[in-house]
Design a protein around this ligand. Sequence first.
Ligand SMILES: Nc1ncnc2c1ncn2[C@@H]1O[C@H](COP(=O)(O)OP(=O)(O)OP(=O)(O)O)[C@@H](O)[C@H]1O
Length: 893
Amino acid sequence: MEAALKRYFGYTGFRPYQREIVDTILQGRDCLVVMATGSGKSMCYQIPPLVAKKTAVVVSPLLSLMQDQVMSLKQHGVRSEYLGSTQMNSSVSGEAEKGMYDVLYMTPEKAIALPSRFWSNLQASGICLFAIDEAHCISEWGHDFRPEYKQLHLLREHLLGVPFVALTATATERVRGDIANSLNLSNPHVAIGSFDRPNLFYGVKSYNRSMSFISELVKDVSKNCTVGGSTIIYCTTIRDTEQVHEAMITAGIKANIYHGKMGSKAREESHRSFVRDEVLVMVATIAFGMGIDKPDVRCVIHYGCPKSLESYYQESGRCGRDGLPSVCWLYYQRSDFAKADFYCSEATNATQRNAIMDSFMAAQKYCLLATCRRKSLLQYFGEERYTDCGNCDNCTGTKNERDLSKESFLLLSCVKSCGGRWGLNMPVDVLRGSRVKKILEKNYDKLPMHAMGKDYPPNWWKALGSLLMAHGYLKETVSDGFRLVSVSPKGVKFLSDGGTPLVLQLTEEMIGQEEQGSSQNKEGGLNPLTTAESEKISEEELKLYQMLLNVRMKLAQDIGTAPYAICGDQTLRHFAKIRPSTGARLANIDGVNQHFISRYSGTFVQNIAQFSKQLNLSLDDSAGVEDMMSVPKPVNNSLPRNLGDAKFTSWELWQKQEYSFKKIAHFRRAVPIKEQTVISYILDAARDGCEMNWNRFFEETGLTPEIASQIRLAIAKVGSRERLKPIKEELPENVTYEMIKIFFAADDLGALEKTFGNGPTDGSPAQTAESAKPCSHGSEALEKGDQGDPVIISGTCDSSPSTKRSQTDGTPLSADEPVMKLQKIEEQGTEPTTTNVATEDAILELAASRNGVSLEDAVKHFSGSKRESVVEMLESLRCSFAVYMKNGCYLVL
Ligand SMILES: Nc1ncnc2c1ncn2[C@@H]1O[C@H](COP(=O)(O)OP(=O)(O)OP(=O)(O)O)[C@@H](O)[C@H]1O
């Protein structure tokens, strides 16, 4: 599987869930995959056909989406086509039947209309899966219901034994149920990933509708364009779309427009040229939504508050699908909030009306939020996050706290005096001293607080109202589609306490209002996190990157494809940073696949050499790789207490993303850190109060209740925890120093008792050495015991906790287990010495038998050959894509 991933897509590791899903599909089991946009769902159905050598049929709702995917797959050397009304090549269907394609896309209409003969022929040729992409279209509760999707289950009778795989980026439990029922999924493997998109920066600004604001927007967007990033600007009306588009064009920015009133040809052309980077800006209504498969959109701007948080998540999710740092800005103005009635007009009954209103109110709340935006977004989708993200405007902005007790007292008492029968407008008008008819009729002009709030503009008061709502002093309810604001019990208590200080963080809108103007002129513009900054790429390297973007663009134009289909932005950035001098070195960069090497490596190597010379940059610079592979750094991170970035990230990857220690050790690192270090980082996070799945932690570290019990007894025997060595000596061989250290940490945190209870860890008789399970990770993690005793060093590339075991018991390894070496054994000279002579075949054999081999091991093994010739052969094997390099080891493709 890994070999297919590298060969066709150039990647050296699966993302979370991908591997298990591919595995499950290959076993023939149905799957339901709910994973965030850009998390790599497509790979789940693209890899099985390449492994099983059978066709994958993929149902997709949009022709443009299918065309983009086919174009991209072809550039990776994957045989792919689509069937749908715009397919002009009449031979595709016949070829598909004969199993000539790895991945065959089709619309749901086409899938249903195809004759049973087509399916039986394809079955005979070999079909490994039937995937339903954007599966939420099946459900009437989903936001893109497509009736044809509901008939797809009919195909089950033609496709006996073929696993059905439903994939979607958004699905509530109800929608998930609909999908499983409608497709008759049988005992499906359900994979639900996190909704978090860590590479996205979220920001919100209020604005005043004016030409001066639009020209600010134009300026910001043009900055983004100069660094080669694509931008989508979503407008809520066609009129806004036209106005913003016109402003872009007038400013000389190449921008396209896309909305529902355009003809289908014009829309297709607009989409096509955006995908191919002929224009970098798309100004669109939400009609330009599902089906945008462009991975390198760097900025998504919402010009106006979206109609729901669900649609905001979907639309902003089009940003940064390639995992590079990207930004999502939402611009709103107060008058947007009055559009609720417009959205509600679609409703046919009161329940629907309230549901629409609820969704819209959630979007409004998101606009007005003064706390971590990611946290609130994830919470909305039912995912709890315990720490602030450090990568949204509220986390990175300077804190602007003030005692607002006086103003809050005024507003709360006004809301109370107005009887809680209004929205926020009425009490704010009263505070501002309005004498409109309704106020006079209700005698609100007689209230003591009437006209007492003239110091602040109305929107400031409304913003304060939202803030008080967010902090629970006011509550908002919907009744018959009307929003009513009233004082909550917490607010009542505040009023009765009278005069207690209330320090709150002012929202960006309040500050803007106080400054008597809109806040869009603030420093930072759209892009507080430019890719260059976050990746520590030098100015020269950035220039080189831009030159390489042009090379890619030219190649794409020559062959009529989209630049991203040739290779991703991330890969080009690696080229600019590492500047490989040979095809072999280029081949090793993440994202470079075999097809790329055979077609384009010469062009890139040549251009890199030439441009680097012009820019005075040296070639083959591996020193900077570490820098650029580090996790996108949020500015001004507000991490829990004293936890540093690396520790926090390790914890988050482990706890939230469920990465293994090994994967975290390699995560975005050219030189991996030790798994032992990862474990210690995670334990530090636990000490710092971060939530922990201790069951999983103990399972992965191999610390069973029995082993914990043995350690406890050993400590009791020794009588102190001061020194590790005497404790270790009391224990069976397979209980490692690392386990003892983990035991200490977990015990101090009370996790052992919580997880294992008072059972075996609590003084029950020690288990025999045989009954204690071997530690899974300790053998590699600890190179030296605490007391300086040499322990075990892994000599192979596969350091996966699950595949390792201590060798000290002398049990022979089975043939398919990775070979392990003991330092002690090496010292005693038991490692067989050979006088083998290297040949390419022999190297391949060695690498295959050991699940990968390092240069040093290869040189040692082929002691009959000179080091240079082993190096040369390895490089040549790499260049011809027979091997690839991962974590310092050569692996056979
Ligand atoms: N294992 C991987 N390693 C590195 N990059 C990957 C991996 N898997 C997928 N990607 C990249 O991530 C990006 C998004 O992947 P993909 O298009 O499959 O996402 P998706 O979940 O289907 O998104 P959407 O919901 O928008 O369709 C692509 O550029 C893809 O090449």
